[in-house]
Design a protein around this ligand. Structure first.
Ligand SMILES: N[C@@H](CCC(=O)N[C@@H](CS)C(=O)NCC(=O)O)C(=O)O
Length: 312
């Protein structure tokens, strides 16, 4: 991580803990939006004015990738990605993405030379100013859906006003217990903290299994932001969380209704084309604290790989 703009070489991919060994996620620091005036410039520009920097391993970054594809914003927002495994210098930009920096943390210090904190993905980068404008995936979802409304090539609203309350409720219901719940289990450093998280994860999965006995999508009758938020955790579960994070009471494949829902989403290109099994496995299993020898499991073989084609 960075302290006053200087990379700390004693860095470990371990997150903050409370005194009971519970994992605490850092809050995001760059929270700007894209103004109407900037949107007008984007509409007439011959090249993308913004770039999303992502990791395919990262569920938060993948939220933004799926939204960009679903909304048809590809020509306005470029994408650059990092290599799947975290290095001693944090995320390393992949070949072809490293024209302005070698590591993600350089984007943070190019924006704020005194930055202190973790150099996380996703970020949305202003190509002209050479600065991060936002590094919070929830904001970026909103930027793509709302600020860039007039640029969408697919007329889809990920948070329609009439469903907005239910979407926020659903998002809240799954965030602590499931999206972040798997991380709370994986990074817990006490049995108690792990057990609390494990209980939350499986209580939520039972609730979802029941919910999807009657529903096609998470909220309402169409795809919304809630489907994106749920999908990114579901799709990583059997590949990484079940083994590495010890959330191993059941696999997603053991829940028929949730599996059917996952398959339904994966049959949509915006979901399948932003799912990289190789990055997910290599990335999670490179976390030295949890897997010191770095061995990446060969399995599992999952029936939904059929949706991924060559991209697996
Ligand atoms: N609040 C952020 C969280 C992003 C986040 O935690 N990203 C992880 C990858 S999944 C990361 O970049 N970690 C690097 C680090 O912690 O140093 C968001 O949702 O955008």
């Amino acid at each position: 991580m960075l302290v006053n703009g200087i990379w700390q070489d004693k860095w470990q991919p371990v997150q903050k803990q409370d005194e009971q060994g519970r994992f605490l996620r850092q809050t995001s620091s760059f929270r700007e939006r894209i103004s109407a005036e900037q949107v007008n410039c984007m509409a007439v520009s011959t090249e993308p004015l913004y770039t999303l920097y992502v990791a395919y391993i990262c569920p938060w970054a993948t939220r933004t990738l799926i939204a960009r594809s679903l909304l048809g914003l590809e020509e306005y927002i470029a994408v650059k990605w990092v290599e799947p495994a975290l290095t001693d210098y944090g995320w390393k930009l992949a070949d072809g993405a490293n024209d302005i920096a070698t590591y993600m943390h350089e984007l943070y210090t190019q924006t704020d030379s005194e930055f202190s904190g973790r150099a996380t993905v996703p970020v949305i980068w202003d190509n002209h100013k050479g600065q991060i404008i936002n590094n919070e995936s929830a904001d970026i979802l909103d930027i793509l859906n709302t600020d860039l409304e007039s640029l969408k090539q697919h007329k889809l609203d990920l948070k329609p006003t009439e469903l907005s309350e239910e979407i926020s409720w659903f998002n809240e219901r799954i965030y602590h217990s499931f999206n972040n719940g798997v991380y709370r289990a994986g990074f817990a450093t006490s049995q108690q903290a792990y057990c609390e998280a494990y209980e939350d994860v499986f209580e939520t999965l039972e609730w979802l299994e029941e919910r999807f006995s009657k529903r096609v999508y998470a909220v309402g009758k169409h795809i919304t932001e809630s489907d994106i938020r749920l999908f990114v955790t579901l799709v990583r579960f059997d590949l990484a969380y079940y083994g590495l994070f010890k959330t191993n009471k059941k696999r997603i494949s053991d829940y028929p209704n949730i599996s059917a829902y996952l398959n339904r989403l994966l049959s949509i290109p915006a979901f399948s084309m932003n799912t990289r099994v190789d990055h997910i496995k290599q990335g999670y299993y490179s976390i030295k604290q949890l897997n010191p020898n770095g061995i990446v499991p060969e399995g599992p073989e999952l029936s939904w790989f059929k949706y991924l084609g060559e991209r697996k």
